[in-house]
Design a protein around this ligand. Structure first.
Ligand SMILES: NC(=O)c1ccc[n+]([C@@H]2O[C@H](COP(=O)([O-])OP(=O)(O)OC[C@H]3O[C@@H](n4cnc5c(N)ncnc54)[C@H](O)[C@@H]3O)[C@@H](O)[C@H]2O)c1
Length: 321
């Protein structure tokens, strides 16, 4: 059955893919973004592919919520946020300001006119401090203590905004009737990602034939998920989590990969085989990150794109562009 969905941050990596998937499944979407980070070209192309199904609205949700209000949505996917470690470190107050105010505006609208569900994109950063303090298991399940290790360190402003966002979501749901769902995302990558993240950054260096090849924190580990598997997981959450109390779900891959191994995979897909120039990891970044995704898998979700295949796709897109 087709429905009306609201997607925030729709020009971004994850929300764009979620929008595309919703349209491909026959739904209609109001896609909101402030278009500060990138142009709306891709959304315009999507609107042309699905005539009458995609409404694109330019709006800064931290400043005004009118674009959120006039309908009862089947579901709201609230994915707009300031992301990216370098930007967050340079703009910690702006990160809190934008992430908290836009989430408050979305929640106010949802309290007023309850959608079926509200999915809030949260982050593995919320428990990263506990993993580094060796207080949490790896792979890490959903039911763990959330924390920031140092409120004076600017990078933790992002996790603080996401921890508060999770709390705000469940609190708002008590004053309304929507199903509150937290999706804790873990290192999502894809061809549209800007080179401010590790996968596109490494591939861009391969393209530039950088040698020696700087690798920051080679001993650290992450688990990477292709954006199309992530978008599919968001739809599974919308379709399968019907319990009024909602819940928290990790979205990620259970495969732990060292950063130097990721570099080698990038060398393989690009055919560029430089010497390693190992450098220290950025301050405050977590040593290991692997989600336990059994809860998501119990809903029928499965990762379908291997890291090797995903990297090859990103490389082809980069080489073409
Ligand atoms: N990509 C990941 O690995 C990852 C990991 C953990 C959490 N997340 C979360 O998932 C969501 C999507 O991440 P992404 O990687 O697609 O990020 P992205 O930066 O590609 O997309 C975010 C989009 O939100 C928009 N936006 C930001 N503030 C806005 C505002 N006030 N009003 C309207 N639009 C606004 C931006 O313009 C951008 O297009 C974010 O909430 C992020 O915190 C992502």
């Amino acid at each position: 059955m087709s429905g009306r969905f609201l997607v925030t941050g729709a020009a971004g990596l994850v929300a764009f893919e979620a929008t595309r998937l919703l349209l491909e499944r026959g739904h209609s979407v109001r896609a909101i973004d402030r278009f500060q980070k990138g142009p709306r070209t891709d959304l315009d192309a999507l609107a042309a592919r699905f005539p009458g199904k995609l409404e694109i609205v330019a709006s800064d949700l931290a400043r005004e919520g009118s674009a959120l209000r006039d309908e009862r949505w089947e579901s709201v996917f609230h994915l707009a946020a300031i992301v990216g470690v370098a930007y967050v470190r340079a703009h910690p107050y702006e990160t809190l300001d934008v992430n908290l105010r836009s989430t408050l505006n979305v929640l106010d609208a949802c309290i007023e006119r309850a959608p079926g569900s509200l999915i809030f994109s949260s982050s593995s950063e919320n428990y990263a401090a506990g993993v580094d303090a060796r207080q949490l298991p790896i792979p890490t399940p959903e039911a763990v203590t959330l924390s920031v290790s140092d409120v004076q360190e600017p990078r933790w402003s992002y996790a603080a905004s996401k921890i508060a966002g999770e709390s705000m979501l469940f609190s708002a749901a008590r004053e309304s009737s929507f199903v509150p769902i937290v999706a804790r995302l873990h290192n999502v990558y894809g061809p549209r990602m800007p080179p401010t993240h590790v996968v596109p950054e490494m591939l861009a260096r391969c393209r530039a034939k950088t040698d020696p090849f700087p690798v920051y924190g080679p001993e650290q580990t992450r688990s990477f998920l292709h954006v199309s598997d992530c978008a599919n997981a968001l739809l599974v959450l919308h379709e399968k989590v019907q319990d009024k109390s909602g819940g928290i779900y990790n979205i990620g891959s259970g495969r732990e990969v060292r950063i130097d191994a990721l570099a080698r995979m990038c060398f393989d897909v690009s055919g560029h085989h430089p010497n390693f120039d190992n450098r220290p990891h950025s301050p405050g970044s977590v040593m290991r990150r692997v989600p336990d995704v059994k809860k998501l898998e119990s809903l029928g979700w499965k990762q379908t794109i291997t890291l090797e295949d995903g990297l090859a796709e990103c490389w082809r897109a980069l080489a073409k562009g």
